[in-house]
Design a protein around this ligand. Structure first.
Ligand SMILES: C[S@@+](CC[C@H](N)C(=O)[O-])C[C@H]1O[C@@H](n2cnc3c(N)ncnc32)[C@H](O)[C@@H]1O
Length: 396
């Protein structure tokens, strides 16, 4: 492919990504993978270049653009090499017309920025869109951080994460046989802090209410030495199905999975009511803390979608509260920096549940900032994904 043809391919793919973002369709990575499958003629250099153009535009443009071309045009000013590719050649993009509209660049639409937790400072935007490092978590059931240091010597320890080892973003860690052998998982530091913050102990009964593919379930199994009974739930079959093979690989043998039907969660968890020492509520959210990994998420968030997340979070917290034994704890977490998903959600929970309290410390020294009844982590401040977490204690 010519450089101009690669650019045109990127523009067409961006059209699909923008439409999917507006309509709640497939994520950018899935669209990109499908588009590459459809372009069998594209070689590896073509694919790399197309992907680079697509993600450069997604990172630069603050909200879903009118068209892929408008998104790409947002990058041309000050970039003569890119401008020259709009050359009208047979497979390339048409020349740029005078005054042709460009999509708006920046961190996010102002209405979205206005929703950030007040602790998020103006200068934090760059870190929120920079490429994230690759964080590993040593699986204590099979390895430790020293083993990861020996396997990947160009990494470094992650501050405050006892099992964490940080590598450059491009490291192909999951291709290492030690990954297949269950020595480690790929897990951002924020998730490692959250899994530790639940302070689950050996012998306890633990529910991971929104387990997904089990990232935090496996971290809890590791931290409890495979000696806690963990019930891992989710309403998404495809995600939950990823957990048993991962648990096998990790040597985690005390995890039961349970697929819940939306709207019937409480009935399907009747046998766990009031029994759990710990409940992890890693709730569905805007993902506004993970833009450095999935920058197109900021193209997707609408007021209606945010409202749905808020309702789900409140419902899941209430379901979690019913599962907790007297004196037990909920760890509420969202990979979000939006105040309504974080501190406001905790305030509303405490209003609905008299007698519950929130813990004033649950993170390692120097990590996170107190945000209402919980703590806020941000890429600029903590070097990890943006996260809100709170540990809530039930009355005895
Ligand atoms: C942030 S993700 C969880 C990530 C997971 N804990 C991990 O560490 O990989 C939120 C999960 O909540 C699940 N979910 C949404 N509504 C739910 C419900 N009513 N009951 C249980 N899980 C739900 C979603 O399917 C999704 O997998």
């Amino acid at each position: 492919m010519t450089p101009a043809a690669r650019l045109q391919a990127a523009i067409e793919i961006l059209d699909t990504i923008a439409a999917a973002a507006r309509g709640g369709g497939a994520p950018a990575d899935a669209i990109l993978a499908e588009a590459m499958r459809a372009r069998r003629y594209a070689g590896s250099k073509d694919r790399r270049a197309i992907r680079g153009h697509v993600y450069d535009a997604i990172r630069a443009v603050r909200s879903a653009p009118e068209s892929g071309r408008a998104a790409m045009l947002a990058l041309v000013d000050g970039d003569p090499a890119l401008t020259a590719l709009f050359d009208g050649s047979s497979y390339g993009p048409a020349p740029i017309a005078p005054g042709e509209p460009r999509a708006d660049t920046g961190l996010a639409a102002q209405a979205l920025v206005d929703l950030f937790d007040p602790l998020v400072e103006d200068g934090e935007g760059e870190a929120m869109l920079a490429r994230a490092p690759l964080d590993l978590r040593a699986n204590r059931l099979k390895a430790d951080r020293d083993a990861l240091a020996a396997l990947f010597p160009d990494g470094e320890p992650i501050a405050g994460a006892a099992d964490g080892w940080r590598l450059p973003p491009e490291t192909a860690a999951v291709q290492h046989p030690a990954y297949t052998d269950g020595f480690f998982e790929v897990q951002d530091a924020a998730s490692q802090y959250a899994a530790a913050a639940i302070e689950a102990a050996p012998g306890q009964a633990v529910v991971d209410l929104c387990a997904g593919g089990g990232g935090k379930t496996l971290a809890i199994a590791s931290l409890t030495g495979n000696d806690a009974d963990i019930l891992a739930c989710d309403t998404n079959r495809a995600r939950l199905q990823q957990l048993p093979p991962r648990a096998d690989r990790a040597g985690a043998t005390r995890i039961e999975t349970r697929l819940l039907n939306p709207g019937q969660e409480q009935a399907m968890l009747a046998d766990w009511q009031g029994r759990a020492a710990r409940v992890f509520v890693d709730a569905p959210c805007s993902g506004s803390g993970t833009w450095r990994r999935s920058p197109e998420l900021r193209w997707r968030l609408t007021p209606a979608r945010l409202d749905r997340h808020l309702a789900d979070q409140a419902k899941l917290l209430d379901i979690g509260a019913d599962l907790v034994a007297p004196g037990g704890k909920i760890l509420y977490a969202v990979c979000s920096i939006i105040a309504r998903e974080g501190r406001a959600q905790v305030d509303e929970f405490l209003n609905r549940h008299p007698g519950w309290t929130t813990d004033t410390s649950c993170l390692p020294a120097g990590i996170g900032r107190a945000a209402g009844g919980g703590f806020l982590l941000t890429p600029a401040h903590d070097g990890c994904d943006g996260f809100f977490l709170a540990r809530l204690t039930a009355p005895c």
